[in-house]
Design a protein around this ligand. Structure first.
Ligand SMILES: Cc1cc2nc3c(=O)[nH]c(=O)nc-3n(C[C@H](O)[C@H](O)[C@H](O)COP(=O)(O)OP(=O)(O)OC[C@H]3O[C@@H](n4cnc5c(N)ncnc54)[C@H](O)[C@@H]3O)c2cc1C
Length: 508
């Protein structure tokens, strides 16, 4: 590559979680502050427009993202009002007064290269009624409000669980801003009022602020949120709507004081026309309603949320409108969309920050020269589509697999047509307990199992291979797993004590 082809001027439009996560990772990977580096990264954000300001629950790969940036976990927890997340408690989803836990990490252990779930299903068929989550160490920790990092001893049943964080999204963006600025990223405040393109090839050439300042670049990253200023407003890439299966299109967010212990898990509580979240941060609780405006009006959703929350209200409830779906293309010409400008899958499984993380890492892996070769951009787009569709299917499963028929909303969900690929997954599992999981998929065997069995979808027969597995004394083994987990967890620290030790100044 000749030096004139090399991208040296990158402009990131937007300073929400997407903008600053992108700036932080690019500044690190492109070695912006290395001696002699000619790479300039400018991030433009408008204080007047602001950010969406939600996005408080994450999934385990966020730890890898922070680690790649060299961020110390305790420092991050301290500055971002962070707490630990071991999974999600789904309440009233399969039916009313029914709960299951989607834990991070694994269920017990596989034996002899056969998935643990096959043994569990055989045990269940012989009359055991313990739910699958009773064999997950993350659930034992969560329900007892305990936390200690996974054991390094691979033989321990507490080595296979995983964890993520709850944190304040605005504090995380500030934290990454400070990280990025130290590594040479230039922040420019101001509202972009004009975007120019090259006449010859339609590539973006510069953005102009309301002040008249012009910022030129070789490569542009659209992190402008749902405005999609570059990818849609400038380059005309359309949005593919997925609301046929993912009906929710409104959220109301409100913060409250803690009234109880700080639980190390998110709660998702199904309501008449959607669901509510409870996300416990160190110093406050994040609460919200996610619902569909065709089935419940704003005032009723607000009343329902306010009547359900505990503790003094700390913030004015905020209504957020959103559309679920994705861009037709994520990378077009010399512009990549990352964050809400690229698409949105509702927050049920806390996947949006993860999609940002994946997009940034994928961009680094496919980093272009100034020509932005189409083969390369096509590959990036194909991989991203697969990822979005995989997550979409997993989220739809929660709605489709409900047995609730107490409202129009749930009746629609129960009877809606779903993508063939998801129907295949359900059919495959329902027959012998097998699952179609690819190595690159975000949600692995144990994630699918948690939701399928939690929502009361079970294989109609025990996996045939189990007829050959006679050596294991199943009742004894399963009971011993449960007993070990129950007893071990009692010896581990409380989640709050763990946080107090790691970040002493936040919790009173
Ligand atoms: C209700 C709800 C709950 C969510 N919960 C979760 C969750 O639990 N976990 C999770 O992972 N994700 C969650 N998300 C998603 C998450 O909030 C977003 O993915 C994340 O915040 C990224 O947003 P963003 O940076 O793309 O956009 P934004 O935060 O909207 O930022 C857009 C930026 O662009 C700038 N901008 C826009 N136009 C201009 C202009 N003309 N000139 C200059 N600057 C401009 C703005 O100033 C701002 O800085 C949730 C989303 C919603 C709606």
């Amino acid at each position: 590559m000749s030096s004139t082809d090399k991208i040296n001027n990158i402009v990131i439009v937007g300073g929400g979680s997407a903008g600053w996560m992108t700036a932080a990772m690019l500044s690190k990977q492109l070695e912006c502050n290395a001696k002699g580096s000619k790479v300039n990264i400018t991030l433009v954000e408008s204080d007047n427009i602001g950010t969406v300001g939600v996005g408080e629950a994450t999934i385990p790969p966020i730890k890898t993202f922070n680690r790649m940036l060299g961020i110390d976990e305790n420092d991050f927890l301290k500055h971002c009002n962070g707490s630990i997340k071991l999974g999600i408690s789904f309440e009233n989803w399969p039916k009313k007064n029914h709960q299951y836990f989607h834990p991070f990490g694994r269920f017990a252990v596989d034996f002899d290269y056969i998935p643990f779930s096959y043994f569990w299903n055989k045990h269940r068929a012989s009359g055991d009624n313990k739910p699958l989550h009773d064999y997950a160490s993350a659930w034992h920790l969560a329900k007892n409000n305990k936390f200690s990092p996974p054991s390094p001893d691979k033989k321990s049943l507490f080595s296979g669980f995983d964890y993520a964080y709850h944190f304040d999204a605005s504090l995380y963006a500030n934290y990454l801003r400070s990280y990025s600025e130290k590594r040479g990223v230039k922040r420019q405040e101001g509202k972009i009022t004009k975007v120019d393109t090259h006449e010859s090839n339609g590539f973006i050439s510069s953005v102009t602020l309301a002040s008249g300042q012009n910022i030129a670049g070789d490569f542009f990253i659209d992190c402008s949120g749902t405005t999609a200023l570059l990818i849609n407003k400038t380059l005309g890439i359309k949005f593919i709507d997925w609301s046929e299966n993912l009906l929710c299109n409104r959220a109301i967010a409100v913060q409250t004081c803690h009234t109880k212990v700080i639980s190390p898990y998110t709660r998702s509580i199904a309501k008449q026309s959607g669901w509510q979240w409870r996300i416990p941060l160190q110093t406050r609780m994040g609460n919200g309603s996610v619902h569909c405006s065709e089935f419940i009006d704003e005032q009723s959703a607000m009343d329902e949320l306010i009547s359900d929350i505990d503790g003094e209200i700390l913030s004015e409830p905020r209504v957020i409108h959103f559309n679920v779906g994705r861009r037709e293309k994520f990378w077009h010409k010399n512009c990549v969309a990352i964050g809400l400008s690229a698409g949105f899958l509702e927050p049920l499984e806390s996947t949006s920050l993860h999609l940002i993380q994946r997009a940034v890492m994928r961009l680094i892996a496919h980093f272009p020269n100034k020509k932005c070769d189409e083969v390369n951009t096509k590959q990036f787009n194909n991989l991203t589509v697969t990822e979005y569709e995989h997550i979409r299917n997993f989220i739809i499963l929660h709605y489709k697999a409900t047995k609730r028929d107490d409202s129009e909303f749930w009746r629609y969900c129960q009877h809606m047509d779903i993508p063939d690929s998801l129907q295949h997954q359900i059919d495959l599992f329902s027959s012998h307990g097998h699952l179609n999981v690819d190595a690159n998929d975000l949600f692995k065997q144990d994630n699918w199992l948690a939701v399928l069995t939690g929502q009361n979808i079970h294989p109609t027969t025990v996996a045939p291979i189990m007829a050959y597995k006679q050596k294991i004394d199943l009742p004894r083994t399963m009971n011993s797993f449960y007993d070990i987990m129950t007893k071990t967890v009692q010896k581990l620290p409380n989640h709050e004590d763990y946080l107090k030790e790691k970040c002493p100044f936040l919790i009173k």
